[in-house]
Design a binder for this molecule. Sequence first.
Ligand SMILES: [Zn+2]
Length: 473
Amino acid sequence: MEQKASKSELYLKQREEIVKKDRKDYFCVDVPSLTEEEKKADESFLKIKEELLSDGKMPFLDNYYKSFPVISSSKLFKSLHKMPKGAHLHLHMTAASRIDFLMEIAKEDCVYYNESLNLCKVFVENEPEEGYKKCSEIRENWDKEGTFDDFLQDKILLNEEDVSSKHSNTIWSKFQPKFDVTFDLYNYEKFFERILYQVMIDHIEEKCFILEFRHIFGCIFNDKHEVISLEDELALFNRCIEKVKEVEPSFSLKLISCGLKIVGEGHINSQLKSCIEGLKKTKIIAGFDLVCEEEITPPLLTFQNLIRLAQEDEETPVNVYLHAGETSSRFGENVYDAVILGTKRIGHGFAIQNHPHLIEIAKENEICLEVCPLSNLILGYTYDLRWHPARSLMYRGVPLTISADDPGFWKSHGTTLDYCYIALAWELTLKELKQFAINGIKHAALNDTEREKQREKFDEEWTKWIEHLNSQE
Ligand SMILES: [Zn+2]
């Protein structure tokens, strides 16, 4: 009997050691354990999740268009909307608006639509181009099924058919043109300012007080449809930030200026110049990034000279926050270049799962991945969120944050919905949710004092959320 007990003890000891070693790198470095209050709140959070999972249902496994109405109207969504998010570090400005807000903008008198080109345009002082009709007139004379606004909304959003392929490249062929449909709606300066303000307010409402936008300089235009100067563009941002600070003094907005790889070196060079000029004039620029569908556009390697030159600028060295590793191909090597170029964070970066040495470098140098779960699901990089690479990277100790990328094209905004899906698919507890949020603050482009203040604000808000969960039945 005694011998049996000791064999059993030995077994359990061996088991415990293996589990300990296996979990030694788990990413919850700042949240080793939960307080008693948090543990209680975690129990009620689990109950909220289970409401969605009753009778063996797993809505997060359904296709997005089936799961979206269920999850976005759930108690889980309402609860996570109140959860402080830390920061939202990967959001493209021209894909950030709530669709209902953008549709309100499209009702303005200066908005025109060309049905054969499927493009919205704004004409204020300029004569409307041929083929464009005022939306207000189209709306009035609409004789097709449904309303014109429903029709236009469908043209703006990615729909179920657009994303029905299992090949990301086919989905991108539907996705990329969406930026053209809405280009004028976002980039007319008066609209831009309204959208920017509303996006920031929406973030404050979902308890996110740090926002970093990917932004392309030189697109915003005035009443004459002329591109406004960099000074005016920066002034617009600063004006809007001041206005938002009246609502929430702790709110922080930074820009990551972007170049489109597909347009080529000349464009990248001029975007880098604007970035450097902007850095001299304002504190709202965090750095630079290169964007576009990774698998069909030139690799980062092509632009390394340009980037290194900008990084070596004596007066205003440019930090980089590069998109890389948003690919399912084993031949994608951008993650190597992003790391060598000293990227502060990696946009997406999930392909790093295939590069054990880069994982070690990311851990050592605290290079955080901006994980965008729903974007990856919708654009066909993963079909089942349970197997999203980020889930295994959590066990390997890679710093991760959660972002939405282009939520405006799939009827979402902010990061609440992304958190809902991963809370379910990755079976998250408050421990992981808190670490994701803290990582946002740790890896945001802030100075030490700003970071400390944001952490204090987060702790206050987190306590409120825990109290809220504990006040639930
Ligand atoms: Zn992106």
